[in-house]
Design a protein around this ligand. Structure first.
Ligand SMILES: [Zn+2]
Length: 497
């Protein structure tokens, strides 16, 4: 009865916990430079103990991102033990290794007890992790990694595979995990395959051989796939395992805790987005207090993840490609999110996406963009949105802009790269935008562009339903000196100023 109540609460009303679920957190290697947090969800209903590790290799951030999401999943039985960022210094440096360790000790996933070796792990962090994991008496150990290329295309890489230790328990679930994740992948060459056996010295192999756990390494592929997609593949596989064990208390796309008062920000990083925008936003969001942020992709958005967030940011890249990746369903989901009170920040491409003048644009901001196609003598037909490579221009806040974005008097430098030249569209029933900043200089590639950018709006805002829409043509997120301005934009657009 109690379990049933927990199940209803966990799913129906969105309460964070099952009625009889306890959360315990602590640290591994406490007091050392390798100190890393560990989180346990403990049900009072007996069941398996599942240990999940992420971030053992610091240049494989999707495992850490997924583990950080999975640790918030409610469980109706057993124990879910998550070490989301095993190698924090490596993650900070973006390196595979343990920074500063000698070659023989630097690969954390070779330091666990080897098949023909002694029963001890090597090095401070591996020893601490091994001691902790052994103490859990795990039934399952799942280690979240990434490979650099698709195994079916390049067999030198283990990318897009599940590498499991042999055993009946794994045999019963690995095919299900592959089927679930492969159902989300269209290209047959990019589907995941099953490989054996985890490498000697790895946590998974040691856990299998020394602790008797069913163990596996999950390896999505980094190459040409956004972080959101790789983390999503991890989630789909882990969720399939937990469902198999009757330990899944919610869906696979729970990205955040439900019991938080933090400002929750989704950063779109998938089709139509370059890599520098999300990276710069990481720096800004990572420096803000009481903010939780996650990368999301088009499939995540179509699956409804925005309901977990206060604000969505669409960074630079290509507005039309972002629109195509979202497709009609994703675009209507974004519109509904804003209409219902969610915030929207578009940076460069994201401001094309918000506009009202394209068949593919969202129509949540009452602006059009200067994008005529003109026949130029001796050059040919050219679209006027293109003004050349990245350049520095001057921008100046309006009085309304200073109220929201901070006291910056006079023109200042900002990076610009083909952002929209915005003017009123005049859509009836959609409020007019307010201008928060103007361009005070311009760049141009073609004659007809001359004079069309200087003194036009660089930053605008308007309402769409209950939500705020904030469109930025240039790239203030690229300049550290403008990060405070971006922080103010984020809090204001999320209505958390
Ligand atoms: Zn790895």
């Amino acid at each position: 009865m109690r379990r049933k109540l927990g199940f209803l609460l966990g799913l129906g009303i969105g309460l964070p916990l099952f009625a009889a679920e306890k959360i315990v957190s602590g640290f591994i290697a406490k007091g050392t430079k390798w100190e890393t947090p560990v989180f346990q969800r403990i049900s009072d209903q007996p069941g398996p103990t599942v240990v999940i590790a992420g971030g053992i290799h610091g240049n494989e951030p999707a495992g850490a991102a997924a583990a950080e999401q999975i640790r918030h999943w409610p469980i109706p039985r057993g124990r879910l033990v998550v070490i989301p960022r095993a190698n924090i210094p490596g993650l900070a440096d973006g390196t595979r290794y343990l920074p500063g360790e000698p070659p023989a000790l630097r690969d954390l996933n070779r330091q666990f007890p080897k098949t023909k070796g002694t029963p001890e792990a090597k090095g401070v962090l591996a020893k601490a992790i091994w001691g902790f994991v052994g103490g859990q008496k795990p039934d399952w150990v799942i280690d979240l990694h990434e490979g650099y290329d698709f195994h079916q295309i390049n067999s030198k890489s283990v990318g897009s595979s599940i590498i499991d230790a042999k055993g009946k328990a794994a045999d019963a679930v690995v095919p299900k995990m592959l089927a679930a994740v492969n159902a989300t992948i269209a290209d047959p060459k990019k589907k995941l395959v099953r490989l054996r056996y985890p490498v000697d010295g790895s946590l998974a192999r040691a856990a299998h051989e020394r602790l008797g756990a069913a163990a596996m390494i999950l390896e999505p592929t980094t190459k040409s796939q956004p972080l959101s997609l790789r983390a999503r593949q991890h989630r789909v596989m882990v969720h399939t395992l937990l469902r198999h064990l009757n330990m899944a208390g919610g869906g696979p796309h729970v990205l955040l805790p439900t019991n938080t008062n933090a400002l929750r920000v989704a950063v779109y990083d998938a089709g139509g987005v370059g890599s520098s925008g999300p990276r710069n936003l990481n720096r800004i969001l990572g420096g803000m207090k009481n903010v939780l942020f996650r990368r999301v992709g088009a499939e995540d958005i179509r699956d409804g993840v925005l309901a977990q967030f206060d604000l969505a940011i669409f960074p630079g890249g290509s507005g039309s490609k972002q629109a195509a990746a979202l497709d009609a369903k994703g675009r209507s989901v974004v519109k509904a999110f804003v209409k219902g009170g969610g915030g929207y920040i578009g940076i460069c491409a994201g401001s094309y996406l918000a506009a009202s003048n394209y068949k593919w644009s969202l129509g949540i901001s009452n602006h059009k963009t200067y994008c005529e196609t003109i026949d130029l003598p001796n050059i040919g037909r050219k679209s006027m949105w293109y003004r050349g490579p990245s350049a520095t221009v001057k921008m100046e806040l309006t009085d309304a802009g200073r109220k929201i974005l901070g006291e910056k008097i006079g023109p200042f430098d900002v990076r610009y790269q083909n952002g929209p030249i915005m003017s009123p569209m005049g859509v009836k029933g959609l409020g007019e935008f307010r201008t928060l900043a103007h361009f005070r200089s311009e760049v141009s590639r073609y004659d007809p562009q001359k004079g069309t950018m200087v003194n036009t709006p660089a930053i605008i805002t308007g309402d769409f339903g209950k939500g705020r829409v904030f469109c930025i043509s240039p790239h203030p997120e690229s300049s550290r000196s403008l990060h405070k301005l971006m922080e103010n934009a984020i809090r204001w657009t999320a209505q958390r100023e």
